[in-house]
Design a binder for this molecule. Structure first.
Ligand SMILES: Nc1nc2c(ncn2[C@@H]2O[C@H](COP(=O)(O)OP(=O)(O)OP(=O)(O)O)[C@@H](O)[C@H]2O)c(=O)[nH]1
Ligand SMILES: [Mg+2]
Length: 192
């Protein structure tokens, strides 16, 4: 049996990593912010008609926990990298902080899915007036630049686990198709 795929949630503190994972797992979200130190949940997913064992790793966005964080996700097969559309710093840190950390921690070959959170707040009057919201085209361009396997915009407040599932399916499918490609390459080398 294949080894469990490790899928990690990474990004700035408070961008909604834990909320997204909670919605995907069909659990109830809580509005009160509780910073993550480390969490790991085992599950099963069906991707391309096949059942795959997955371990979801929820990491700490807070920089105080950076040493623990890199240990918690260094064996990842795929990373779901999150920023908030209402926090431009979290968007800019994808390039300046998270991509360099990911490359050091899991390597350049591990697939990334980029997720923009808090899109329900884009229409909020106060937010519109006071905050420079990250646009869809800016998010998409970043996803292209970092060679992400997918770009999604989401709001966890709706509790829509179907929308969340799309994100996780994209991530796991990227690992599964990567493994198939690797096997095909090996067969191409050894079976002439
Ligand atoms: N309006 C809105 N609030 C959200 C959304 N996603 C998360 N939140 C809220 O944002 C806050 C932070 O969410 P978390 O999921 O705990 O953030 P995190 O990225 O896991 O933070 P760390 O664990 O510290 O790294 C919580 O109060 C959530 O209720 C969203 O899509 N819309
Ligand atoms: Mg968290």
């Amino acid at each position: 049996m294949r080894r469990r795929i490790i899928c990690s949630m990474v990004g700035d503190a408070m961008v909604g990593k834990s909320s997204l994972l909670t919605v995907f797992l069909g659990q109830n979200t809580i509005d009160v912010y509780a910073p993550t130190v480390f969490a790991s949940i085992k599950g099963l997913m069906t991707v391309g008609g096949k059942e795959v064992k997955v371990k979801f790793v929820d990491t700490a966005g807070q920089q105080e926990y950076s040493r623990l964080r890199v240990l918690s996700y260094k064996k990842s097969d795929v990373c779901i990298l999150c920023f908030s559309v209402i926090d431009r710093n979290s968007f800019e840190r994808i390039r300046t902080l998270w991509i360099p950390e990911l490359e050091r921690t899991v390597g350049k070959r591990v697939p990334i899915v980029l997720v923009a959170t808090h899109i329900d707040l884009k229409e909020d009057k106060y937010v519109k007036k006071c905050i420079s919201i990250v646009s869809t085209s800016e998010g998409q361009k970043l996803a292209d630049d970092i060679n992400a396997k997918g770009y999604f915009e989401t709001a966890c407040t709706t509790g829509d686990s179907f929308a969340a599932r799309e994100i996780f399916e994209c991530a796991i499918a990227a690992v599964v198709s990567g493994r198939k490609g690797y096997l095909r390459t090996l067969k191409g080398i050894f079976i002439k």
